[in-house]
Design a protein around this ligand. Structure first.
Ligand code: FAD
Length: 422
């Protein structure tokens, strides 16, 4: 009997368990999945909790309900992987061996990485919304906050869902406007990137939307420390931003066991070096990596995990059959961006093509619009919750192509002549 072991039963691990249990003969392949936490969080829902749009209970369900029969589930923390011996040690002392390993342990915000962030101000005047607890506590804070300088800060350039901080800024603008206190709140968005987003055309579009909504964007802001006494953010090059209320996106790191196993990349963030196309771990043929914990150069997002899962299913089956790994991931990412007042925009891109304007998924018809604020995009974002729980986690087919398509997109040269010329 062969043993397929999956580490992490979040978005990506759950999809892979469902997809592969349906494909692998139970008489030949035993499957186990390990996770340290029994609750599955619908993380995109964290965005809506601070503004009272979602109740916290809405985003959490038991992980076990989404895992298939025929897969053994172990609730334990992974402590170390020893690829040379094909073993995994759990924190409770158990040791598991594997023939094939899939790593899907994601990334977690770590406020302790920034001096002063996780100190006296934490959950008093400094919050995150990337965790269940942070989003819930921030909801209580915003409910009674009297206004002042709200600073949204990304500690590091690489975070999961890189558009969520922008969405937070847009929804904050809506929230305070609807509460009749927008004039009492200054919203400032500080980012280590050169603009509101990493890719030029989307960055330009989103920056001008920010400006239109009276949200100040402070680019090239590389956070060094939070001064708790002065309530000031400081960068390595001496910039300062004072705040009354800080909404932080702390450093996003892969799991500690990645470093303990000496499997992380050079940046010390515990992302695992992964082949950009096959999703095989760079140094180990019998290990595949999926989701946020890879170091592949595209967004860390549930949509990415979904497209990767389609590729990985094929490549794992090829690997098992001793065939070449022909399925190739193109970096496809697809994200709705809430822009406030019941509208959203949409971006669709991959390793080679930046987000472009146009229609999606049907050329000319849409019904979704790329890089354009529409009500339908907003409904698309809300509908994603249903798709996530009822289709995506189960590994069911979703009618969006795995590879990014140029159909319906305005070519880069025509999208924004001024910018492309620059
Ligand atoms: C605020 C917010 C908004 C977002 N919005 C969107 C959106 O609109 N669209 C979108 O596509 N994506 C969005 N995302 C991103 C999306 O949720 C993630 O990219 C996706 O969940 C990644 O899946 P994953 O399986 O790699 O990681 P996760 O789903 O985080 O799963 C990792 C699992 O590994 C487990 N684990 C970790 N370490 C260990 C260990 N040592 N031992 C055992 N188990 C371990 C964890 O408990 C967890 O269950 C958002 C994220 C946030 C925080």
């Amino acid at each position: 009997m062969n043993h397929l072991l999956i580490l992490g039963a979040g978005t990506a691990g759950t999809m892979m368990a469902n997809k592969l249990r349906a494909k692998l003969d139970e008489a030949e392949w035993e499957m186990t999945i390990v996770d340290k936490e029994k609750a599955h969080y619908y993380q995109p829902g964290f965005l809506f909790i601070p503004f009272g749009i979602y109740d916290p209970e809405r985003v959490t369900r038991p992980k076990a309900d989404y895992l298939p029969d025929g897969v053994r589930t172990l609730w334990a923390e992974v402590e170390k992987v020893t690829p040379e011996e094909r073993t995994v040690r759990l924190a409770d002392g158990r040791e598991l061996s594997y023939d094939l390993l899939i790593i899907a342990t994601g990334v977690t915000p770590d406020p302790e990485e920034t001096p002063g962030l996780h100190g006296a101000l934490w959950y008093e005047d400094a919050f995150d919304f990337y965790t269940y607890e942070g989003a819930t506590r921030l909801a209580d804070k915003l409910d009674t906050w009297k206004g002042g300088r709200l600073v949204i800060n990304m500690s590091e350039p690489t975070i999961k869902c890189p558009v969520a901080p922008l969405e937070f800024a847009f929804l904050a603008d809506t929230y305070f406007t609807e509460k009749g206190m927008r004039d009492d709140v200054e919203i400032v968005f500080t980012t280590p990137h050169e603009g509101a987003f990493t890719k030029p055309i989307a960055s330009k579009a989103l920056s001008s939307l920010m400006e239109k909504k009276g949200i100040e964007v402070v680019p090239d802001f590389y956070l060094m420390e939070v001064d708790e006494d002065e309530k000031v953010l400081r960068t390595y090059d001496g910039k300062e931003e004072p705040f009354d209320l800080l909404v932080s996106i702390p450093t996003n790191k892969g799991a500690d066991y990645v470093a303990e196993s000496d499997m992380g990349d050079v940046e010390d963030l515990n992302f695992i070096p992964t082949d950009n196309h096959t999703l095989q771990a760079e140094h180990y043929d019998d290990i595949f990596v999926i989701g946020d914990t890879t170091n592949v150069p595209t967004s860390k997002a549930g949509s990415v995990a979904h497209f990767e899962a389609e590729i990985l299913e094929e490549n794992v089956l090829s690997y098992i059959n001793g065939e070449p790994l022909t399925a190739s991931f193109d970096g496809h990412a697809n994200c709705f961006i809430e822009t406030g007042f019941g509208k959203a925009t949409l971006i669709d891109f991959n390793y080679d093509t930046q987000p472009l304007p146009g229609k999606f998924p049907i050329p000319g018809l849409g019904p979704m619009s790329l890089l354009k604020e529409t009500r339908l995009n907003h409904y698309g974002k809300l509908a994603f919750e249903w798709v996530y729980w009822h289709m995506l986690l189960q590994g069911r087919h979703i009618p969006v192509p795995t590879h990014m398509s140029m159909m319906g997109k305005v070519p880069e040269e025509e999208a924004d002549p001024e910018l492309v010329a620059a």
